[in-house]
Design a protein around this ligand. Structure first.
Ligand code: NAI
Length: 261
């Protein structure tokens, strides 16, 4: 019974839905699943970019992939997306809650609207997606894996990320609550906390030469993180090899938080 149910099906070609996957870390995750022959749905608020991303995946890895316009703050849009994905690719085995924003505004200068928007995308969005996808997983009785992309901001922060840290700290606990609720149904929930990453979200900061030196000295492996570094860990978490891993965060930061500044 339970042991078997905790495994996402052994045969490859799982169906994986990734939010915010038109670019950056989400796209890196999509590539990692496509490389392991899974079928991938790229959902993004930018529908055109999502479709282009899916086309790139299909031509690079010869897998089935679709791109769908989906704003994770709109519950009805998520419902429609999940239906569309299941019709095109089959029932969803893996959900990756990756879509996120980070406006970088100093705590005392941040407007309530900005704070609320970040919480809506980063914290409420994953709640909608998880409820909707997990309800279908429960119905199928086939188990599943749900991955939440948090951040080092689930534990640490700075004055420019009051909204972001609130969302990611909350997301960590959301993941744990869902792990408890869904475990009996063979659905495992985990978080991946990326460290310092180079994407469009952060390039303005990390591409400055003075900050490159910081990376060299402070990150144990001596380089910035790239989207494929996160993708591989997500593929592991969705695999039978991680069948007893649930309710926890894997930090993927090249050793950054091992040091005391
Ligand atoms: P990015 O800004 O490069 O890409 C985010 C993607 O999400 C974009 O394609 C965007 O269109 C989409 N998106 C934004 N709002 C959306 C919404 N309401 N609904 C659906 N899609 C939406 O960001 P990046 O760096 O790839 O970040 C991905 C995730 O990784 C985020 O959750 C972020 O918080 C997290 N992360 C990023 C780190 C970094 O240093 N870049 C570090 C730690 C975590």
């Amino acid at each position: 019974g339970v042991t078997k149910e905790f495994l996402v099906s052994e045969n490859q070609q799982r169906v994986v839905l990734i939010t915010g996957a038109a670019r950056g870390i989400g796209y890196g995750i999509a590539e990692a699943f496509a490389k392991s022959s899974d079928r991938v749905a790229v959902a993004d608020v930018d529908g055109e970019a999502a479709k282009q991303a899916a086309q790139r995946l299909t031509s690079a890895f010869s897998v089935q992939a679709i791109g769908v316009a989906c704003d994770v703050t709109k519950r009805s849009a998520i419902d429609a997306t999940v239906t569309q994905v299941e019709e095109a690719l089959g029932p969803i085995d893996v959900l990756v809650n990756n879509a996120g924003i980070c406006p970088f505004v100093e705590a005392m200068k941040m407007s309530p609207e900005t704070f609320t928007k970040t919480l809506d995308v980063n914290l409420v969005g994953p709640f909608h997606c998880t409820q909707i996808v997990a309800a279908r997983m429960i119905e199928r009785k086939a188990g599943g894996s749900i991955i939440f992309i948090t951040s080092l901001n689930e534990d640490f922060t700075n004055p420019g990320q009051v909204d972001y840290a609130s969302s990611k700290g909350g997301l960590r606990m959301q993941m744990k609550a869902f792990a408890l609720a869904l475990g009996p149904h063979g659905i495992r929930c985990n978080a991946v906390a990326p460290g310092i990453m180079l994407t469009d979200m952060t390039a303005h900061h990390w591409e400055k030469p003075e900050n490159a030196a910081y990376i060299k000295t402070r990150v144990a492996v001596g380089r910035i993180g790239l989207p494929h570094d996160i993708g591989g860990v997500c593929v592991f978490l969705a695999s039978p090899a991680a069948g007893y891993v649930s309710g926890t965060t894997i930090t993927v930061d090249g050793g950054f938080t091992a040091s005391c500044p």
